[in-house]
Every structure is written in structure tokens, then in C-alpha cells.
Design a protein around this ligand. Structure first.
Ligand SMILES: Cc1cc2nc3c(=O)[nH]c(=O)nc-3n(C[C@H](O)[C@H](O)[C@H](O)COP(=O)(O)OP(=O)(O)OC[C@H]3O[C@@H](n4cnc5c(N)ncnc54)[C@H](O)[C@@H]3O)c2cc1C
Ligand code: SF4
Length: 562
């Protein structure tokens, strides 16, 4: 096995898959280092075609497993059918100085196998508002600069959605959207009639509602609306690194994927004044090997990239890689998922829908657009939808036996739900650092998380709860109830920051091309690079930033600058 390559990519998830694809497409011999096991499209989806009654515990995990893994079993989508794509708590400890639920999937494909797949674009406002409204530093790039890269990754990945012409959620290169069901169609009309600034739209989702030439070339086919995606999709109907970017990169002949390779740190050469490679520990044998390359892409996911960088100590960087300003690990932020609203919808008893749509409807942000006119900063978007329950209302007595079975064979009442995804403020106090006394089984210091909500999050949450319940009440939704789930940060699975982009090396770690200000041949293009969180689901932006940075890296290498 050679140890020298043109490029090394650390991590094979959503962003690492994109780095691999772009670097290999552009001719670089690329090594992808992945700490987890290999996962091959189709071959390693053991539950993909199982029926619910074929699972020994009907989809639930046994009590002993839940007791041993109290954190990961709470993750969205975790169950008997998907557990093999999530870590086990006890294998991967970390220290929570304040409650923080760190959700991880360690395997080739990372969390791309189990993500929810919502893919809206950021609005120009989200890039501008942190500096404009005084709650963050200036982004070094604008929406206009990243827009062509959004298009690039949307076309290849296959994102469905409608073109709605909204400023708060710009249109992309979309495949046909999923359809609204009947109550959703009416709800959309009612919301538009009551509010000039609120739009309920069909979800923008990484789902092939139509398989185009570029997707067929990846070996992927049309989504069948089964909503079993998180088990791995035999059709390649949703985007994952395993079904899309990694096999594509492999076909160039330039890719080497090495599973079971835990990256310990980046190697820096004082004389050359640049990074020369990475130190890897074999996950099984604990044997150490150094690998070398001209450029290194950090794609281990936001907090793992922070961990590796903090652990990359050299005489040039005694406080962590590129960390001259002491800000590495700071300004960690996340998205606020605490609020939800639900209710009943009267009528439509003669209506139903076909299949299990995997996309949810969305409501674009309508707060602090263009200027800060609320008593909080940042905005929120929401996911929403209407669905039909099974059984009668109220449920038949006893919830067991023939009468219950009979009732469950009937379509029940219509319900609707809505939940928020809110921006949070990047703060120096919200940080991660290395434990000074505890190490993992590979001798790497444990990560300490010190991340919390603040008063801005509480105000934003209250605004969502008040506004959404008022709005749905006006639109005729009955039996409304609001709910604050009081989740700890982290359960949102949109953690970001710690190694942020910016214009000024005194206040940021990375430049506008995701390169370290202090070491240009190391790029960070996962969530660690985020200057602020915005209110949209972030992964499609990580893909766009990665593709842009990889292309820049190749151009700079050709010019002899790297
Ligand atoms: C249930 C769920 C629902 C989600 N829904 C959405 C959604 O709807 N929309 C959205 O935008 N995002 C969503 N996300 C978040 C999304 O999955 C992440 O933003 C995305 O996967 C991040 O990509 P990444 O490449 O940074 O990390 P990952 O995809 O996690 O990949 C990182 C990889 O690096 C590997 N790695 C880590 N440390 C090391 C190391 N030291 N050495 C070697 N390899 C290492 C890991 O094993 C992993 O394979 C969801 C996540 C989950 C779990
Ligand atoms: S819903 Fe579509 S993408 Fe999901 S598993 Fe089914 S066919 Fe695959």
C-alpha cells in the first residue's frame, strides 16, 4: 500500500465524498481515510428490503441496548433497521461539560447514509445578517459567489423541489417536486391568503423524483416513495456518498479508500512551512502509519475535524493546527430544533394519498429579512405537513384485540405538524477542547463539549411557537398544541463552527477558499468551517463549499502555489 498521494481526504461522509469526487475528476491521486468499516452500495444494506414483521423486535431496540446506549438511541431515525449505521455510545466517549448530544455515524459514507436529505439553499440574507446585525463576523463569500457551486452539486446529487421564487430560500437546479396532499394544498392557499410574507412550499430534498442521464451514469434510479431511505436505498434514490460520489470517484482510477483508519493528527514540516501528511492509527491493530500528500482536506464532520486539528501539535502550532489567534474550537454553534406545533384537520374523509412521500413541506424564514426588526437576531424556517392517521378517534378501548385491528384497517383523522429549525448565535464561550486527562482507545484525547443555548434562542423559540400556532389557528387547524422538547444542543445533528471562515486572520482560521490563513495546503470544508449557522439545513452548502475549494486547490497546484 503506497503512503504518498497527491491529496488526502479525511472522512468519507457527505463533504469527504464530494472532495474525493472533485479531486479525482480533476486528476489527483486521492487517498480517503475513514475511521469506520467499509460500506458498499447495496451489498451492505442488510435491512433495505426487510418488512417490519421480519425484525426480531419489530423495529425497536432491546432494553439492554437502550440502557447501554442512552444517547445514540435518541437520534432521529435510529431503530432496529438503521442501528448499524450509528455508533455505539460506549465505543466513542466524549466529555459533556454542558449537555450536548453528539450524534455520529462512523463508516464509509458517514452520516450521508442516514441523513434526512433536506437541501434548501441559503439566502443572500443569511450570509449578510451576522455582520449586519452585529452577532457574528463577516462571511468572506457572498450568495452570488457560491450560487454556481450550489447548481453544480444540485445537478449531480439530484435535488427535487419547486421553483418558488422566494428571496428567503432561493431556487436551485431542481428535479420535479413531490406533490402536496389535499389538506396541504388548501393550507398553502390559506396561509398565502392571510400572510403576504409567509410561504409554505414543497420540500427541496436530495431525492431522485426523476433519474436523469447524470444519475443513471452513477448507477442510480428513480425514488419509489417507500420512505425507507435510512436503511440505504437499493435504487440509489437518495443522495449518499456510497451511492453517488465515492463510486464515481472510484471509476476515475484515482481513488483509494482506506477504512479502519483513525486520523490522529496532521503532520506539519517546519522547514517546508506546510503540512506534509497525516498520522493514522489502524482502528483494529492500533498500528501507526504516516501518509503524505500535497494537499489535505478535512472532512471528518464538524466536531471531529476540530478534534483532529486541536490534536495536531507542532513547534510552529503548539496550540493546535493553524491556531495562532487561539480561536480554534471556539464559536461552535448548532440549530435550534426545540419547538413544534400540531393539530387536527377537519374534513377530507374521502381523500388519501399514494405512497410514502419522503420530503416534508417547508416554510421559508420570514424573520429579520433585510434588517433586524425583532427582539432577537437570526431567523427560523420550519418543516411541516399533513398526514392521515390509522384507526378511529377516540381510539377503541383497550388498544388490543379484534376491534382494535378492525379500527386500524381504516384511515383515521387528518393531522398536521410543524417544527422549527432556528439559527443560533456563534459565541466564543460555546467551544470544544481536548480533555487533559482522558483518552480514547486509540490514545487520542477525548473531546470536551461546552455548548449551550442562550436568551436569543429562547426568544426565537417563543416567537416560532406563538406565530405558528396563531397562523394555523387562522387557517382552521383544530386542537392546536405547542411543544418545547427541551433537547440538548447536538440532537439537531447540525453542529457547526470551531474553525470558521473569515476575511481577517485575527478573527478567523480559514480564508474564502476554506484554506488555513496560516497554512494554505490544508482545507476544511465540513461544518467546522461555518462562520454562522443560517436557518437552512446545511449539508448542501458543505457540498458546494467542498467542490469550490477542491477546484481551487487543483488550480493552485497547477500554478505551483501548493
Ligand atoms: C438523522 C439525521 C438527519 C439529518 N438530516 C439532515 C438534513 O435533512 N439536511 C441536512 O443538510 N443535514 C442533515 N443531517 C446532517 C448531515 O448528516 C451532516 O451535516 C453531514 O453528514 C455532514 O457531512 P460531513 O462530511 O461533515 O460528516 P459525515 O457525513 O458525518 O462524515 C464524516 C466522516 O468522517 C469520519 N471520521 C470522523 N473522524 C475521523 C477520523 N479521526 N479519522 C478518519 N475518519 C474520521 C466518520 O466516520 C464519517 O464517515 C442529518 C443527520 C442525521 C444523523
Ligand atoms: S423512498 Fe426512495 S430513496 Fe428512499 S429508500 Fe425508497 S426508493 Fe430509496
Amino acid at each position: 500500500m503506497p503512503t504518498t498521494y497527491d491529496a488526502i481526504v479525511i472522512g468519507s461522509g457527505i463533504s469527504g465524498g464530494w472532495a474525493a469526487k472533485e479531486l479525482c475528476d480533476q486528476g489527483l491521486k486521492t487517498l480517503v481515510l475513514e475511521r469506520g468499516r467499509n460500506v458498499v452500495h447495496n451489498k451492505d444494506y442488510p435491512t433495505a428490503n426487510m418488512r417490519s414483521w421480519e425484525f426480531p423486535h419489530r423495529g425497536e431496540m432491546p432494553r439492554a441496548f437502550v440502557d447501554e446506549n442512552p444517547l445514540i438511541t435518541q437520534a432521529a431515525g435510529f431503530g432496529e433497521d438503521t442501528a448499524h449505521f450509528f455508533i455505539k455510545d460506549k465505543d466513542h466517549p466524549y466529555q459533556q461539560e454542558k449537555p450536548f448530544e453528539w450524534i455520529r455515524g462512523y463508516q464509509v459514507g458517514g452520516k450521508s447514509l442516514i441523513w434526512g436529505r433536506a437541501c434548501p439553499r441559503w439566502s443572500p440574507n443569511e450570509f449578510l445578517s451576522p455582520a449586519r446585525d452585529g452577532y457574528g463576523i463577516e462571511w468572506p463569500i457572498s450568495y452570488a459567489e457560491i450560487a454556481p457551486w450550489y447548481s453544480h452539486v444540485e445537478i449531480f446529487s439530484g435535488i427535487c423541489g419547486n421553483r418558488d421564487g422566494l428571496e428567503a430560500m432561493p431556487d436551485g437546479e431542481y428535479l420535479p417536486p413531490f406533490e402536496f396532499n389535499c389538506p396541504e394544498k388548501d393550507l398553502q392557499k390559506k396561509i398565502s391568503a392571510h400572510y403576504k410574507d409567509r410561504y409554505m412550499i414543497q420540500g427541496r430534498w436530495a431525492q431522485l423524483t426523476e433519474a436523469r442521464e447524470i444519475h443513471l451514469r452513477q448507477g442510480r434510479g428513480q425514488c419509489q416513495a417507500r420512505d425507507l431511505c435510512m436503511r440505504g436505498c437499493p435504487f440509489g434514490g437518495y443522495f449518499s456518498s456510497v451511492s453517488s460520489t465515492l463510486p464515481w470517484a472510484q471509476r476515475t482510477g484515482n481513488l483509494t479508500i482506506q477504512p479502519f483508519s483513525v486520523v490522529h493528527s496532521i503532520l506539519y514540516d517546519d522547514k517546508k512551512g506546510k503540512a506534509i501528511g497525516v498520522k493514522v492509527i489502524d482502528a483494529n491493530t492500533h498500528h501507526e502509519t504516516d501518509y503524505f500528500a500535497r494537499v489535505i482536506f478535512m472532512n471528518a464532520s464538524a466536531l471531529n475535524s476540530n478534534l483532529i486539528l486541536l490534536n495536531s501539535i507542532s513547534s510552529r502550532f503548539p496550540n493546535g493546527f493553524g491556531n495562532d489567534n487561539g480561536l480554534l474550537g471556539k464559536y461552535v454553534c448548532f440549530q435550534n430544533y426545540r419547538g413544534s406545533v400540531g393539530g387536527s384537520i377537519e374534513g377530507y374523509e374521502d381523500k388519501y394519498y399514494y405512497g410514502r412521500r419522503t420530503a416534508e413541506c417547508m416554510m421559508a424564514n420570514f424573520r429579520n429579512l433585510g434588517k433586524n426588526d425583532m427582539d432577537f437576531v437570526g431567523g427560523y424556517m420550519a418543516f411541516m405537513g399533513c398526514y392521515r392517521e390509522r384507526g378511529t378517534e377516540p381510539p377503541v378501548d383497550g388498544a388490543i384485540g379484534a376491534a382494535y385491528k378492525e379500527a386500524m384497517s381504516e384511515a383515521g383523522p387528518w393531522k398536521m405538524y410543524m417544527y422549527m429549525q432556528g439559527e443560533t448565535v456563534p459565541k466564543e464561550t460555546n467551544h470544544v477542547r481536548l480533555s487533559t486527562d482522558k483518552k480514547d482507545q486509540w490514545g487520542i484525547p477525548l473531546l470536551v463539549t461546552s455548548v449551550d443555548y442562550d436568551n436569543n434562542d429562547e426568544k426565537l423559540l417563543q416567537d416560532f411557537l406563538t406565530q405558528s400556532s396563531e397562523m394555523l389557528d387562522k387557517c382552521g387547524v383544530k386542537d392546536l398544541h405547542t411543544y418545547d422538547n427541551h433537547w440538548a444542543p447536538g440532537r439537531d445533528i447540525h453542529e457547526m463552527g470551531g474553525c470558521r471562515m473569515g476575511k481577517d486572520p485575527r478573527t478567523s482560521l480559514l480564508n474564502k477558499w476554506n484554506q488555513f490563513h496560516q497554512c494554505k495546503n490544508v482545507f476544511v470544508t465540513d461544518g467546522a468551517c461555518m462562520t454562522s449557522t443560517g436557518n437552512q439545513s446545511p449539508s448542501i452548502l458543505y457540498m458546494a463549499l467542498t467542490a469550490r475549494a477542491a477546484t481551487h486547490a487543483v488550480e493552485e497546484m497547477k500554478k505551483g502555489n501548493l
